[in-house]
Design a protein around this ligand. Structure first.
Ligand code: 3HC
Ligand code: NAI
Length: 738
C-alpha cells in the first residue's frame, strides 16, 4: 500500500537537491519501486543518478520493503548516460558506484525493462540481481557508436554473464538485441508480453528474502575456453578491418580482454582507464556531434522561414514510381516495405518484366536478411503512365535527361488527380524547370535517393523556389516512413552532395595529371577512412554518368588539342574522364575504368598497366612533368576543395546548417562517421588552417576556382573560428526561396 503523503514529502525533499528524476513508490506493501523520469528516454543525467542513489537508500532503509524494482517512465527503461552532459563538467554521483550500491544491496533488485535498455541503461540493469523484459524491448551497449566503450561495468559484467564471444560481438558492433535474443543469451531472466513492471513486482515478491550470493554478476568468474586467445585475435582482426581507423572498436576489444585476464576490480580500473582515453578523443567528439546532427536534420527550415514545426505533411497512401531502372526498383521496394500501395510504371515491356523479377528478389532478400515485410501484393505494375491517375504522390526515376523528364512532368500534370505531389529522383537537374512544366509547381519537389535505394539511408529532399512547405513536409515525412534520414536542401546544380563532389573529383583528376596514380589517390582517401577512394567509387557508379552530364553541359570537346584541351571557360579542366569514356572504359560494368576487373561486372579493382601508360602518354602530350606528390597534398587538395564548396553551399542558403552537409556526406558518400562529416572535420582541423592551405593552393593554381576560399570561411576564420553550432549566426540570410 502506498503511503502517498510520505512519498510526496520524500520526493519533494529530493527535488530541493536537484530536479527529481527518480520517483519512489511502494507497491503491495513490500516492494519499493523506483521509476526513472527523464523524458524522452530516461537518460541517466546527474539528477537521475542522484534520484536513484537517494531512492535506493530509502528502499534499503525501510524495514517493510523486502525487494526493489527499477523501471522507467512512459514504457522506456533507460537510454543510457545523458550524452548532452558529456561536454559539461561532471556533476552528481558517478554511475559506477551507483551501480555497485544496487548490486551490493541485501534486498533483491529487479530491473523491469520496457522499450530500451541501452548503454548505461543496460549496465544499470546488469547491476540489478534480476532482469525482466517486455517482448518488444531492445537491449544493447551502443557506446562504440559514440566513440566510447561501456564505461559503467558493461565490459566486465557482460562477458561474465554471457561469455566472451557474444559479449564481444554486442560491444564491438553496438547493435541492439531483441528481448527474445537477450533471453536466449542469458542477459534477461524472463520475457513477458504484458507489463514488465507488473511482472517484475510479482517476481520481486517471489524472491524476497532469498540469497543473492549467486546473483551478483561482478562475482562471477569469466567463462573460459581453450580458444580464448584465438577468439580475441580474430575479434581484433575483424574490428581493425572494418573500423576504417575508428579507435573505439579496438579499445572495446581491449576492455573485454581485461575481463578475462584481470580480477573484477582490476578489470574495472582498466575499463575506466580505456574509457577516459576514448572520452577525450576527437573521434568521440565527432561521433557524438554526429548523433545529434542526424536527429537535428529533421528539424528543417528554409531561408523563407518555412519550418518543420509549422508545416504539416499531407497523408500519402498510394504512390507511383515512373521508370524501373536501377533507382526506380529500389524506390518501389522502399515504398512497398513502408506499407504504401505502389503503382510501378515502365514503358518498355522487356524492362518491366526484368524489373518485376528484380523487385521480387529484392523484397525476398530483405525479408530474409532484415526481416522486412515481403509486400509483393502492395505493388501493381503497368506499362502505361495513365495508371497513376489516382495516386497521392509520384516519384519519377527515368533517365537523367531534362527533355524526357519535362515531357513526363507535362504528362503527369494532366493525368494525376489534383493535389498529387510530383517528385523527381534527378541527381542534380533544376527542380524549378521541371515544376514549370506543370499546372501546380508548388507540388513539385526533388526526392534524391542514393543507390541502392532500398538500402541507403539518405534522402535529399530538394525544394525549388516554388515548392510549397506542405510538399516539402510531405516528402520529408515520406522519407521517414521509408526509414530514411531526410535532409532538406535548396535547388541548385547537384544539390548538396553531388555539388560538393565536383571540386573533389576535379582535384583527383588534376592530381593524376601532375603525377599521381588512381591507386595512390585512393589509398590516401581510404587511409583517411573513406569506404572507397574516389576512383574506385567512380568505377562502381560508372564513368559514363558524369560523361553524359559533361557532354550535355558542352564541356566535352572530342579531339581538342593544345592548351585549349585543358581549359573550359577560363578555368582548368581535365579531360581524363572523357578520354577514358571515349575508349569505352565505363568502369566495373565494362570491366575497365580507372582500374581493371577480371570481367565486365567484376568487383575486384586491380591496377591497370594500360592506364599508367595512358597517363604517361597524356602527360607527355600536354607537356606535363610528373612529380612525386605527397600524401598530405593529395588529401588536402581533395578534401579542402570539397569543404570549400560546403561553405559556399552554406553561404548560398542551399543547406540550412553544417549538420545537414555532414549527415549527407556520412550517409550518402562514405565519409568516415568517426570524423563527423566534412564541415565538422574542417572545424577540428581549424578553420584558419584550412583557409591558409586553400589560399596556398589557390596561389599555386589560380585558374582552379574550387580552391579559391569562399567568403564564409574567411569570415569565420576572421571571427576566431567559432564552434560549429555557432556558424549559422555568420550566414547572411539569402533571398526568400519558398
Ligand atoms: N542522452 C541524451 N539524449 C538522448 C539520449 C541520451 N542517451 N538518447 C536519446 N536522446 C535524445 C535524442 O537526442 C532526441 O532528442 P531530440 O529530440 O532533442 O533530438 C530524443 O532523445 C529522442 O531520441 P530519438 O529521436 O533517437 O528517439 P528514438 O525513439 O528514435 O530512439 C533511442 C530512442 C533508441 C534510445 C535512441 O535515442 C538512441 O539510440 N539513443 C542513444 C542510446 C545510447 O547510445 N546510449 C549510450 C549512451 S553512452 C553511455 O551510456 C556511457 C556509459 O557506458 C558510461
Ligand atoms: P536507369 O537507366 O537504370 O533507369 C531508367 C529507367 O527509366 C529505364 O528502365 C527506362 O526504361 C525507364 N524509362 C525511360 N523513359 C521512360 C518513360 N517515359 N516512362 C517510364 N519509364 C521510362 O537509370 P537510373 O540509374 O535508375 O537513374 C534514374 C534517375 O535517378 C536519373 O535521373 C538519375 O540521375 C537518378 N539517380 C541515379 C542514381 C544512380 O546511382 N544510378 C543515384 C541517384 C539518382
Amino acid at each position: 500500500v502506498k503511503d502517498d503523503a510520505e512519498e510526496k514529502k520524500f520526493n519533494n525533499n529530493t527535488k530541493d537537491l536537484l530536479d527529481i528524476m527518480a520517483f519512489y513508490s511502494r507497491v503491495s506493501g513490500s516492494v519499493g519501486v523506483i521509476t526513472l523520469q527523464n523524458p524522452p528516454v530516461n537518460a541517466l543525467s546527474a539528477a537521475v543518478r542522484q534520484g536513484i542513489v537517494d531512492t535506493m537508500h530509502r528502499a534499503l532503509s525501510e524495514p517493510e520493503v523486502k525487494s526493489v524494482v527499477i523501471c522507467g517512465q512512459n514504457g522506456k527503461f533507460c537510454g543510457g548516460a545523458d550524452i548532452r552532459e558529456f561536454r559539461a563538467n561532471m556533476r552528481g554521483p558517478p554511475l559506477v558506484p551507483m551501480i555497485h550500491l544496487i548490486e551490493a544491496a541485501e534486498k533483491p533488485v529487479v530491473a523491469a525493462i520496457e522499450g530500451v535498455a541501452l548503454g548505461g541503461g543496460l549496465e544499470l540493469a546488469l547491476g540489478c540481481h534480476y532482469r525482466i523484459a517486455h517482448s518488444k524491448a531492445r537491449l544493447g551497449l551502443p557506446e562504440v557508436t559514440l566513440g566510447l566503450l561501456p564505461g559503467a561495468g558493461g565490459t566486465q559484467r557482460l562477458p561474465r554473464l554471457i561469455g566472451v564471444p557474444a559479449a564481444l560481438e554486442l560491444i564491438t558492433t553496438g547493435r541492439h538485441a531483441t528481448a527474445a535474443e537477450a533471453l536466449q543469451l542469458g542477459i534477461v531472466d524472463e520475457v513477458t508480453d504484458h507489463s514488465a513492471v507488473d511482472a517484475a513486482v510479482k517476481f520481486a515478491q517471489s524472491v524476497a528474502g532469498k540469497s543473492l550470493d549467486a546473483r551478483r554478476i561482478s562475482t562471477y568468474p569469466c567463462p573460459r575456453s581453450p580458444d580464448l586467445a584465438e577468439i580475441f585475435e580474430k575479434a581484433m582482426q575483424e574490428v581493425r578491418r572494418s573500423a576504417r581507423g575508428a579507435i573505439a572498436p579496438v579499445t572495446c576489444v581491449q576492455a573485454v580482454h581485461a575481463s578475462v585476464t584481470l580480477p573484477y576490480a582490476k578489470g574495472m580500473e582498466r575499463e575506466r582507464e580505456l574509457f577516459s582515453t576514448l572520452f577525450t578523443s576527437g573521434q568521440a567528439h565527432a561521433l557524438q556531434y554526429y548523433f545529434f546532427a542526424q536527429r537535428a536534420v529533421s528539424r528543417w527550415s528554409t531561408p523563407s522561414g518555412a519550418r518543420w514545426d509549422t508545416s504539416k505533411p499531407r497523408p500519402v497512401h498510394k504512390a507511383a514510381v515512373i521508370g524501373l531502372g536501377t533507382m526506380g526498383r529500389g524506390i518501389t521496394v522502399s515504398l512497398a516495405q513502408a506499407g504504401l500501395s505502389v503503382v510501378a510504371v515502365e514503358t518498355q515491356e522487356k524492362q518491366l518484366l526484368e524489373a518485376k523479377q528484380a523487385v521480387s528478389g529484392m523484397l525476398e532478400r530483405s525479408a530474409k536478411r532484415r526481416g522486412a515485410p515481403l509486400a509483393h501484393d502492395k505493388i501493381k505494375y503497368s506499362c502505361s503512365i495513365q495508371a497513376v491517375a489516382d495516386v497521392d504522390l509520384v516519384i519519377e526515376a527515368v533517365f537523367e535527361d531534362m527533355a524526357l523528364k519535362k515531357t513526363i512532368f507535362q504528362q503527369l500534370s494532366g493525368i494525376c488527380k489534383p493535389g498529387t505531389f510530383l517528385c523527381t529522383n534527378t541527381s542534380g537537374l533544376d527542380i524549378d524547370e521541371l515544376a514549370s512544366q506543370t499546372q501546380s509547381p508548388e507540388l513539385v519537389v526533388g526526392m534524391h535517393f542514393f543507390a541502392p535505394a532500398h538500402v541507403m539511408k539518405l534522402l535529399e529532399v530538394v525544394y525549388g523556389p516554388r515548392s510549397s512547405p506542405e510538399a516539402l513536409a510531405t516528402a520529408m515525412e515520406m522519407g521517414k516512413k521509408m526509414g530514411k534520414v531526410s535532409v532538406a536542401v535548396g535547388n541548385c546544380r547537384g544539390f548538396v552532395g553531388n555539388r560538393m563532389l565536383k571540386p573533389y573529383l576535379e582535384q583527383a583528376f588534376f592530381l593524376l595529371e601532375e603525377g599521381a596514380t588512381p591507386e595512390q589517390v585512393d589509398q590516401v582517401l581510404e587511409e583517411f577512412g573513406f569506404a572507397m577512394g574516389v576512383f574506385k567509387v567512380s568505377d562502381l557508379s560508372g564513368l559514363d554518368v558524369g560523361w553524359k552530364v559533361r557532354k550535355a553541359d558542352g564541356l566535352v570537346v572530342p579531339g581538342s588539342t593544345g592548351k585549349s584541351a585543358r581549359i573550359r571557360g577560363g578555368s582548368r579542366y581535365s579531360p581524363l574522364g572523357d578520354l577514358l569514356c571515349e575508349q569505352g572504359r565505363f568502369g566495373q560494368k565494362t570491366g575497365r575504368g580507372w582500374y581493371q576487373y577480371d570481367k565486365p561486372g567484376g568487383r575486384v579493382a586491380k591496377p591497370d598497366p594500360w592506364l599508367h601508360g595512358f597517363l604517361e602518354e597524356y602527360r607527355a602530350r600536354h607537356g606535363l612533368v610528373a612529380r612525386r606528390i605527397d600524401h598530405q597534398e593529395m588529401l588536402e587538395r581533395c578534401l579542402y576543395a570539397l569543404i570549400n564548396e560546403g561553405f559556399q553551399i552554406l553561404q548560398d542558403g542551399i543547406a540550412a546548417g553544417p549538420e545537414d552537409i555532414d549527415v549527407i556526406y556520412v550517409l550518402g558518400y562514405g565519409w568516415p562517421r568517426h570524423r563527423g562529416g566534412p564541415m565538422f572535420y574542417a572545424g577540428l582541423v581549424g578553420l584558419d588552417k584550412v583557409l591558409e592551405r586553400l589560399e596556398h593552393y589557390h596561389q599555386v593554381y589560380p585558374n582552379v576556382s574550387g580552391l579559391k576560399p569562399c567568403s564564409l570561411i574567411r569570415k569565420l576564420a576572421a571571427s576566431s573560428s567559432p564552434p560549429i553550432h555557432r556558424w549559422r549566426e555568420f550566414i547572411q540570410k539569402p533571398r526568400s526561396q519558398l
